[in-house]
Design a protein around this ligand. Structure first.
Ligand SMILES: *Cc1c(COP(=O)(O)O)cnc(C)c1O
Length: 459
């Protein structure tokens, strides 16, 4: 082992070689040194074996990979509309433009008329109250943060009543009991997993009760022998005792999509109408940037606004710009359905999807179209099955094929099923078809032996 180590070239020797090859002209010298050290470390941990393609080739590859941006656009051909790993909601064109405009100096906290300091929340408050019907509204970084803010503001040092049927985990370690604990409120569980009645809530009220929390079961369904208390009923009962009701609705649905077969997600306006405080995401069904929105009665929002967590979790200028532009589209239902990509994809006409799949299939050898389903994703409408037409490409090595699609620039993310690679036109954006075809044709052209293919799949 020590012999092998002493055989390794010195850093300055490799750096000289890299310099002679011009590598330090296209990349900062320190970056080249960092790459060399990493490669030497790797070689050391594999008993001093030199890289397969030689030192210089490996240095070049490592430097190039370090210079490539990490967060890059991808083509989502999975058919999962709100794909959390792929950045959830893609922004509307108007929102993208607004983000770009907000990158320089702007009116983030400046009142141009008065010539003095303003609040970053003013850009959103009026639109949010107008659209949701709430008295007041507040925006923080995401819905999980919004829940912490509200619960801390209303119920720290006191008790919060929650149904046992709603002590959920949303994913990514967002668990209601933990969130309550971190918010400084004591969780009072009522009812059972499948049935909670109004009397259960009432029986749990004490002088320490500060809040009643309802949580939307975003990512699963309870069915069978089930009872839950509707928000309206809960607010009626609690308001006579001055106990605020908070409803974490999750997705931020602002337009009714029942006519498209999408039911079972609460409409924010309906929740606000009951007098409850609604908490929801900006980048799920709302179709905007990552944000957490709190909309409800003035006294609740005022308490939340002055809470220190609100300052700690305040949204940045680009988020506010994107959310403002997205919310403006909601003033006109048909504009929202057409121009907010999330809503446009969810309500896409099955005939149009079929035409798009057919057009793609016509440009790819061996491709066929098959009926299939897309999903909403993002823990929204979990049991909705959206009818679509898939592009299907038979292949002996689906995993290797998928890996080659991912290596395309831009990467194409698809799925495989029973010896076929499947692409869903629903989530492929306008103008991306050319790249999809190029990626597939490239992946098909790269036919190796079975052994090579298997090796690639392991990467
Ligand atoms: C998704 C979701 C959250 C978390 O929202 P983020 O914006 O991702 O923080 C919280 N509650 C419910 C019910 C959700 O569905």
């Amino acid at each position: 082992m020590s012999d092998a180590r002493s055989d390794l070239p010195a850093v300055h020797k490799l750096l000289d070689d890299a310099e002679r090859e011009g590598l330090t002209e296209t990349a900062p010298r320190d970056l080249v040194v960092r790459a060399i050290r990493e490669i030497l470390d790797d070689a050391r941990s594999s008993n001093g074996a030199p890289p397969q393609d030689g030192w210089l080739a490996e240095i070049r590859r490592t430097v190039e990979s370090k210079q490539r941006p990490s967060l890059v656009p991808v083509i989502n051909a999975t058919g999962v509309v709100l794909h959390t790993n792929l950045g959830r909601a893609p922004l509307a064109a108007a929102a993208r433009d607004a983000v770009v405009r907000a990158t320089g100096y702007n009116t983030l906290e400046y009142d141009v008329d008065a010539g003095k300091r303003g609040s970053r929340q003013t850009h959103l408050r009026e639109l949010l109250t107008e659209i949701t019907g709430a008295e007041d509204a507040l925006v923080v970084t995401n819905a999980a943060a919004a829940t912490v803010v509200v619960l801390n503001a209303l119920a720290a040092g006191g008790e919060t009543i929650v149904s046992r049927g709603e002590l959920v985990e949303i994913g990514g370690s967002f668990r209601i009991p933990d969130i309550l604990e971190k918010s400084g409120s004591v969780l009072i569980e009522v009812g059972t997993t499948n049935r909670t009645k109004l009397g259960d809530y009432v029986g749990a009220i004490s002088p320490r009760t500060k809040c009643a929390l309802k949580v939307h079961r975003s990512n699963f369904r309870l069915s069978g022998f089930v009872t839950e208390v509707q928000t309206e009923e809960l607010v009626e009962t609690m308001s006579s005792r001055n106990i605020p009701v908070v409803h974490d609705v999750g997705s931020g649905l602002l337009v009714d999509l029942a006519e498209y077969g999408l039911t079972n997600e609460p409409l924010v306006q309906d929740v606000v109408q009951t007098g409850a405080t609604a908490v929801f995401s900006g980048d799920k069904l709302l179709g905007g940037p990552q944000a957490g929105i709190i909309a409800g009665p003035k006294d609740v929002i005022q308490k939340a606004a002055v809470n220190p967590f609100t300052r700690a979790m305040r949204p940045g200028k680009m988020v506010i710009a994107a959310l403002e532009a997205t919310l403006r589209l909601y003033r006109d239902r048909s504009a929202a359905l057409e121009r907010i990509p999330t809503l446009a994809m969810l309500t896409a006409d099955p005939v149009v999807l079929r035409d798009r799949a057919e057009a793609l299939a016509g440009r790819i050898e061996g491709a066929v179209i098959v009926p299939g389903t897309s999903s909403v994703g993002g823990g929204s409408f979990p049991d909705a099955e959206l009818r679509t037409t898939l592009l299907s490409i038979p292949t002996d090595h689906p995993d290797a094929f998928l890996a080659r699609l991912r290596r395309h620039d831009p990467p194409v993310i698809a799925r495989a099923d029973q010896g076929c690679v499947l692409l869903d036109p629903r989530t492929i954006q306008d103008g991306e078809e050319k790249d999809v075809v190029k990626a597939i044709v490239g992946a098909q052209g790269h036919r190796g032996t079975g052994a090579e293919e298997a090796g690639e799949a392991e990467e």
